[in-house]
Design a protein around this ligand. Sequence first.
Ligand SMILES: NC(=O)c1ccc[n+]([C@@H]2O[C@H](COP(=O)([O-])OP(=O)(O)OC[C@H]3O[C@@H](n4cnc5c(N)ncnc54)[C@H](O)[C@@H]3O)[C@@H](O)[C@H]2O)c1
Ligand SMILES: O=C[C@H](O)CS(=O)(=O)O
Length: 463
Amino acid sequence: MTEYISVKNPATGELIEEVKTNTNEEVEQAILRSHESFKAWSSVNAHERSRLLQSWSRLIQENKEEIAKVMTLESGKPIKESLGEVDYATSYIDWYAEEAKRLYGRTIPANTETKRIIITRQAVGPVAAITPWNFPAAMMTRKAAPALAAGCTFVVKPAAETPLTTIKLIELAHKAGIPENVVQCVNGSGKTIGDIFTSSPYIRKITFTGSTPVGKSLITKSANTVQHVSMELGGHAPVIVAADADIDFAVTQTIASKFRNAGQTCICANRVLVHESVVDEFSQKLASAVSRLKVGNGLHEDIDVGPVINKNGFNKVVSQLEDAVNKGAEVLAGNEFDANQEKGYFFIHPTVLKDVKEDMNIMQEETFGPVIPITTFTELDEAIKIANSTPFGLASYFFTNDYRTGVYLNENLDFGIVGWNDGAPSAAHAPFGGMKESGIGREGGSEGIEPYLETKYLSIGNL
Ligand SMILES: NC(=O)c1ccc[n+]([C@@H]2O[C@H](COP(=O)([O-])OP(=O)(O)OC[C@H]3O[C@@H](n4cnc5c(N)ncnc54)[C@H](O)[C@@H]3O)[C@@H](O)[C@H]2O)c1
Ligand SMILES: O=C[C@H](O)CS(=O)(=O)O
């Protein structure tokens, strides 16, 4: 019996579209097509692959408004963020269209006159990708672009919450001239399709972006056939506000990090550690600015914060908020929501908590919603200890104008991404990724294409 995914608008609960799921047989067939088209695609010269990627990017930009509207409808994010994500998504394609032409090899001096050693790079093979709902365009192109640039074929399973954006982008890839068997999209249960991906002898690489528990499961299962893995997992970003920080700037940047996508990004500020001497000024200014954020349906131009993606996500944030308040946290702004709402999971209003303590769940678990806790520190090493006291190591931020403080913090924070006076560090030209349980590997930058390449050396003898 044919099954469908009901794609709904998290702002209204309304049905947007029914997407047909693929049967196991269809997923297996997609993998086989990916395998059978790999040799031809990896043999296409790098300049032609680059040209095709540039065509894809151009077509996405030509359809930017339509893609952004679909993204807002299915994810709930404000339209201005969706438009920004389309640009972010094409920036990865643009970057790897160029990197395709720079997959240099090298030679090594042999230890005899009769030998030559030549090192080359070749595509790792067919790639299977599983992506999250919060950035349905960029999280896909951040994988597809380097994979295709390297000469790999690519099958992606998007999140059930937001398949429409990914489906549209893959259609445009085919329209740009990238063969249909080279880049494909399948839809259905993450576990079922993930099991098919990880048990397939044809899939040579698993690339996943999503929660840490699912990432751990995929890493385990990828051992079935010793597949390469890239993991972009959960985060729990600390923000450290030093005594000498520019408080107004720190407030603005903290809001930019925290409330982007209603707090549903892997690098959102999750915990704010403020020096005791400036915590009152910072807290009041943050609460005042947060109370001015406009909350509503992301399709409306002036909206800053949309809904949380679904009931589970909403209940998780409510649970953390209630736990913190019950344990003594003070609410400085927000804490207005309808816990019984069945559609349109809005926090009216995004919430600022003060006097937060480490035993509160919000200080231990990724929040993924529009609630921000503030705690204090006295000594810098105390702040570093709190910041590092998490299984996660994705993004961290600090605000100081003292260069010794900045260098010391950067060198002692165990995070793959560090924003120094910068709440928005993401860029296609930088290697995005985490330490510890935030992931394996990097996406973006020159580092981001390495996971899609095998290194080979040729030793020529008897010359
Ligand atoms: N590090 C990053 O770059 C990054 C980016 C975005 C989101 N995230 C993380 O993702 C999480 C939120 O996204 P989410 O709710 O979509 O995560 P999720 O792990 O629930 O789902 C991510 C994807 O995995 C699929 N999936 C679910 N269960 C699976 C299973 N058992 N086997 C295989 N696939 C499965 C889902 O269908 C979806 O496509 C947060 O923890 C966030 O921090 C990380
Ligand atoms: O949610 C995680 C994303 O990777 C954040 S960003 O869009 O790359 O900044």
